[in-house]
Design a protein around this ligand. Sequence first.
Ligand code: ATP
Ligand code: MG
Length: 391
Amino acid sequence: MKEVLLIKNGELALKGMNRRTFEEMLIKNMRRRLESLGGFTFTTAQSTIMAEPLRADCDLEEAAERLKKVFGIAGFSRAAAVEKKMSVILRAAEEYLAPELLAARTFKVEAKRSDKQFPLRSPEICAEVGGYLLRKYPHLTVDVHNPDLTVTVEVRDAYAFIHGKQIKGAGGMPTASAGRAALLISGGIDSPVAGYMLAKRGLELVAVHFASPPYTSERAEQKVCSLLKQVAKYSGRIALYIVPFTEIQEQIKDHCPEEIFTVIMRRMMMRIAQTLAVRERCGALITGESVGQVASQTLPALACTDAVCSIPVFRPLIGMDKDEVVAISRRIETFEISILPYEDCCTVFTPRHPRTRPTLDYVARCEQALEIDALAQRALENVRFMQIRAY
Ligand code: ATP
Ligand code: MG
């Protein structure tokens, strides 16, 4: 029996952006995500996308797992695709849904008949399939209000589809439908969550990580790659730039007051990230900051950081408590990676008494001791690039 995936669009019936473009983006994203499982053909009709595996031995279980994380999908089902003949439909429902029918005590049948040529109408399809299944599975009773199992029969162009439970999708908007943004990613808990949240709204991610070898290790970099690999299961592949930050940090340490160290470091990060962002056609920066979490995340400190940015800075965690962020990071399975104990460049030269209310004036004066442009330029010249893929 041919088995396929039937995908229902999420927020796609949308204002402004045309539906067709959205569907095409979603299909492109699904195609990429499922590629290594042997390839699928996608066909669209009446807000449902059918994904049909090219290979008979395709691992549909794994395909379903992957689809659960693709943004832009409200829900989907694994379905049997059969000839549009009542006798075939009955037999297929009996066999294909056997495990679910055996496990249920109550059920109902729903029919959708989008092929208006089909001889039976929806209520007749329901009655026939329902009666047939009751005879084959005598332990069942019908409950139209709150059934354990809903058997759905959809009669469409090429096939009749039979499926049981619908699997919940990730929601959100297809990746890249809202443009691109550059995610500043550390090895911590927050920034992967921030990236995930904005990918959900349709932003394609480009990641920027600052590394300070030998203060930070090779393993810290690998940790960032592992985090991004996990985020990429949701966001699709991510371009990663690794920026050498050692010289900048040493210069700040040698020439600027310790109390203002973090803010100056954050401003350097933003300047460099922004240059990369613009090069990569990103319309915004994303960070994992939230108000008051650390000294560099007070309002005056955030204002000093923002002052060097000319594109919007998105901080999706800005109003969240740590435990709320942790809950998301556990759900998207970045938490266990984030808590691995490798040093991040932020923790290398942490000031003992950071100033929580820096003024822009003071920060700018302190920065005069640095050759900002030359430092940024050198870091950019030595950037390393890699592509992170989920599978
Ligand atoms: P996280 O858990 O994301 O590391 P944090 O609470 O540790 O966040 P900070 O270390 O102050 O906070 O960093 C604030 C934000 O700055 C991070 O969320 C991230 O977006 C960015 N950032 C910090 N360190 C780096 C780094 N080494 N490379 C790139 N971005 C960084
Ligand atoms: Mg950090």
